[in-house]
Design a protein around this ligand. Structure first.
Ligand SMILES: [Zn+2]
Length: 271
């Protein structure tokens, strides 16, 4: 049996529930769980490397949005919260704090604790019962943050792991499992550390090849985390029908393959 986890990143106070509904109704209807990396308290003026506002801030907009003022907790988006509560096929993951660049690449464990405490409180206020999986913005986590995350979460999901960023005492387990035994995922005590094979479902990829790439990634390992970003399907408020159709073809493929089981991160953390 192969296991697949769908991870959609950057759900935040600026996410219209209609976007998630359009993307994931076929998944929910087929009983395929969808894991959403939720930003607890998004900053509304964060810019991408291009210098423009991040796509998750503007995807809901018909026109280019102006920078917002400060932060917007997820609790501000009532229709989204209600929508998630009505659809138990969604599972929330804890995605950073305000989604500043490299915000968990921190030297200060106290600051990591503060960001995690505040984020957890907001997610709880939104009724998103304490996620056991953490997803770091931009895949950067410092040793101090890793130590704190291990106290609070059962699973850390990231693109890759950097030896020099890991706490020293974690490095032997990492080297043994990923370098010597060549496994993509490893664990440190009770914490599972899952990597993913890049964002295979992305508007930067070749649409013609995307489905095949997903199929071969799933075939190549026992557990695959498939990462995508809801806002990439709705740049500046315009739905990308071709891209959405590929996401729906992936749902068909996963559903129709008898040797593939689509699971939530909760199923990993509570096993
Ligand atoms: Zn993100």
């Amino acid at each position: 049996m192969k296991y697949v986890l769908i991870r959609d990143d950057d759900t935040c106070a600026r996410t219209p529930p209609e976007c998630l509904e359009r993307l994931y109704r076929p998944y929910l209807e087929k009983g395929l769980p969808v894991n959403l990396s939720v930003i607890p308290n998004v900053r509304t003026d964060v810019k991408a490397e291009s210098g423009e506002l991040e796509g998750y801030l503007t995807a809901a907009m018909e026109k280019r949005a102006k920078p917002g003022a400060g932060n917007l907790p997820i609790t501000e988006n009532r229709s989204l919260i209600d929508y998630l509560a009505d659809n138990p096929g969604y599972h929330a993951l804890h995605h950073g704090y305000e989604h500043q660049r490299f915000e968990f690449d921190l030297d200060s464990r106290v600051e990591a604790m503060r960001r995690l405490d505040e984020g957890a409180e907001i997610l709880a206020d939104a009724g998103l019962s304490s996620p056991e999986t953490f997803v770091a913005p931009q895949d950067k986590i410092s040793a101090e943050s890793y130590r704190e995350l291990a106290e609070r979460f059962r699973v850390i999901s990231t693109g890759w792991f950097e030896w020099r960023r890991l706490p020293r005492s974690w490095r032997p387990a990492y080297v043994w499992t990923t370098k010597i035994r060549r496994r993509p995922h490893w664990n440190m005590g009770h914490v599972d550390l899952l990597s993913h094979p890049g964002c295979l479902l992305s508007y930067n990829r070749d649409y013609e090849k995307m489905l095949e790439t997903v199929k071969s990634a799933v075939a190549s390992q026992e557990v695959t985390v498939l990462v995508t970003h809801w806002w990439e399907y709705f740049i500046n408020g315009k739905a990308d029908d071709a891209f959405i159709s590929i996401l729906h073809q992936v749902a068909e493929f996963l559903h129709e393959s008898p040797d593939i089981s689509v699971i939530s991160f909760k199923e990993i953390s509570s096993r």
